[in-house]
Design a protein around this ligand. Structure first.
Ligand SMILES: Nc1nc2c(ncn2[C@@H]2O[C@H](COP(=O)(O)OP(=O)(O)OP(=O)(O)O)[C@@H](O)[C@H]2O)c(=O)[nH]1
Length: 339
């Protein structure tokens, strides 16, 4: 990617957006709580956004809470959905209003240094959905944005499990195209030194795999070669959301990732913004009901959403996934909100 040569100083006065992702139970919410408390003690309170519609209690002061706009249990009732479908639909509905979130952020932009975004427990709701992609792209097109990927250290001591989680992290890196920090959380239970060793010493990881004799461990050996490149640029931080150990290391890594966004990723996002603008202009030639404006510069057409799901309109209705149905409701709701 190209280096940012001009206009980078403009970014100086913008807050860093931290998108906190991770498997269910890895400690995302507790980490957001810990970071928020830390930044308050630094007299630099963050702007906090909760995108998890199903969290029973938000344990930190939150500026924007999806639950204030969308009642997840009502969505379940109204659309006859199970918990996962309702979480997905709630996020889709909220995405149609994300331009309002952006205007709040822009208004506060000069007063805050960090925006922290907590995401739904089920990671795929955010990472493999069109609404997650729209939110990520919208934020990253405007603010220096970094992904904070939380891993449960205690549950990653098995080399094959560790490898699986790292492959997932790697796939998110390629999907979001943003600077990436892996936070090895819960170091109060297990020290993360093994993860540092496995990601920096290829031979040490191979030796750990030697104790595994399954077919999967052979696959892991091959995959570890692939991941070697990913590890080269990886920012890996040991952290405990419960004790606060590693908080300063994490904030240092966020600062480095922000810099990386400005020099390496921003030029790509600028090009994307330009492309979206052009798409937006050509979409204005289409009939009104074939487009849905999510926010200026971002247009989701019906076709775009369907191709995101890898489906076509010819699919058998019975085979239509809950995800696709939920997107159809998203489209309908967005159309309604336009009128
Ligand atoms: N010992 C220890 N426990 C932790 C730490 N961080 C989180 N936990 C515990 O792990 C559990 C899950 O934490 P959450 O913060 O709810 O995790 P989450 O990723 O937001 O969970 P979902 O929203 O369900 O995905 C809770 O019981 C926390 O108390 C940590 O650093 N150390």
């Amino acid at each position: 990617m190209a280096e940012c040569s001009v206009g980078c100083d403009v970014e100086l006065h913008k807050p860093t957006v931290l998108i906190v992702l991770g498997m269910a139970g890895s400690g995302k919410t507790t980490l957001v709580q810990r970071l928020t408390a830390y930044l308050h003690t630094q007299k630099d309170p963050p702007y906090v956004v909760n995108l998890d519609p199903a969290v029973s209690e938000v344990p930190f002061p939150v500026n924007i809470d999806i639950q204030d706009t969308i009642k997840y249990k009502e969505v379940m009732k109204e659309y006859g959905l199970g918990p996962n479908g309702a979480i997905m639909t709630s996020l889709n509905l909220f995405t149609t209003k994300f331009d309002q979130v952006m205007s709040f952020l822009q208004k506060r932009s000069s007063e805050i240094s960090n925006v922290i975004i907590d995401t739904p427990g089920q990671i795929e709701v955010f990472t493999w959905s069109a609404s997650g992609a729209i939110i990520t792209e919208t934020l990253a097109s405007t603010f220096p944005t970094v992904v904070v990927y939380v891993m449960d250290t205690a549950r990653s001591t098995n080399p094959v499990t560790f490898m699986s989680n790292m492959l997932y992290a790697c796939s998110i890196l390629y999907k979001t195209k943003l600077p990436f920090i892996v936070v090895m959380n819960k170091t109060d239970i297990v020290d993360h030194a093994f993860a540092v060793e496995w990601t920096s010493d290829f031979v040490a990881f191979q030796e750990a795999l030697d104790s595994e004799t399954s077919y999967i461990s052979n696959l892991s050996r091959s995959m570890s070669l692939v991941l070697d490149e990913f590890y080269n640029d990886l920012k890996l931080v040991g952290f405990s959301a419960v004790t606060g150990a590693g908080t300063e290391d994490l904030m240092r890594a966020v600062g480095e990732a922000r810099q990386e966004y400005i020099t390496t990723y921003k030029p790509e996002y600028d090009k994307l913004k330009e492309r979206r603008k052009k798409e937006n202009q050509s979409a204005s030639d289409l009939p009104a009901d074939s487009e849905i404006h999510i926010q200026p510069g971002l247009v989701v057409t019906k076709n775009a959403v369907e191709s995101d799901n890898g489906s076509s309109t010819d699919d058998n209705e019975d085979e239509t996934s809950a995800d696709e149905k939920s997107f159809q409701r998203f489209l309908d709701a967005a159309k309604r909100s336009k009128t």
